[in-house]
Design a protein around this ligand. Structure first.
Ligand SMILES: [Zn+2]
Ligand SMILES: [Zn+2]
Length: 237
């Protein structure tokens, strides 16, 4: 919100009457750090005044809740009522509101990617390892809540990503998480999108040969057909 206000002028962040603004030619410049900034409540009204976007009542309520919870945490150490689930929900909601869906995940993945130690073990594995952030968010928030913060609809059935699965499986570990979803989510769709590596793949809609598997999403990996539900190789009879 402060960055949006600064696009108009940072003076709006200063707790001073306008007559005291150091803007006239005769006034000396002042260090920004030496001035008092406006309170959280004033920040919200100022933000609404300069925002190009129409601000919804829902967002105002959300920011007000965050402000109160924040004050509680800073000034009332003994009665902090916020829990992990609510906190993570607030963080992803703020990200999504300000920067759009997926932004929180792309940001965490990029944070890892830009780390100077990134790739020290293995580029591909470390990149694919971002699925842990998705797993974490899913574990804390559940599918329904997390769905609000991702562009891809995750309420449908999840599948293995042919690339992420092959990358993680092996000496390093075993991937159990499924972050690929049929796009669009229709029985005849032949396209799958992996949220983790952001790649799309063509799939064949036919039943898996596995006796216990009810999957019908098969991926052709260089002539090797694999079921994306159980990841079994589809041996031709
Ligand atoms: Zn993937
Ligand atoms: Zn299968």
């Amino acid at each position: 919100m402060k960055s949006a206000i600064c696009k108009t002028t940072p003076l709006l962040l200063i707790e001073k009457t306008r007559a005291d603004w150091p803007t006239l030619p005769s006034r000396a410049d002042k260090e920004f750090d030496s001035l008092y900034t406006i309170s959280g409540e004033a920040l919200l009204t100022t933000f609404c005044a300069v925002s190009e976007k129409k601000i919804s009542e829902e967002f105002i309520d959300f920011i007000e809740t965050v402000r109160q919870k924040r004050n509680e945490a800073i000034h009332g150490a003994s009665k902090i009522s916020i829990g992990v689930k609510e906190l993570l929900d607030h963080i992803l909601n703020a990200y999504t509101w300000c920067f759009g869906k997926d932004a929180w995940f792309l940001e965490t993945r990029n944070f890892n990617y830009e780390n100077p130690l990134f790739g020290y073990y293995d580029w591909d594995i470390e990149y694919a390892d971002a699925y842990r952030h998705l797993d974490f968010a899913l574990d804390i928030l559940g599918k329904k809540k997390l769905n609000k913060y991702l562009k891809t609809e995750i309420l449908g059935r999840a599948y293995f990503c042919p690339v992420c699965k092959r990358t993680i499986d092996g000496d390093f570990g075993y991937l159990e998480s499924k972050w690929a979803f049929i796009k669009p989510n229709k029985p005849e769709s032949t396209n799958i999108h992996c949220i983790n590596c952001d790649a799309e793949f063509n799939v064949i809609r036919k039943d898996c040969i596995g006796e216990k598997c009810k999957g019908n999403v098969i991926h052709d990996y260089e002539g090797e057909e694999t079921c994306l539900t159980c990841f079994e190789y589809q041996e031709n009879e």
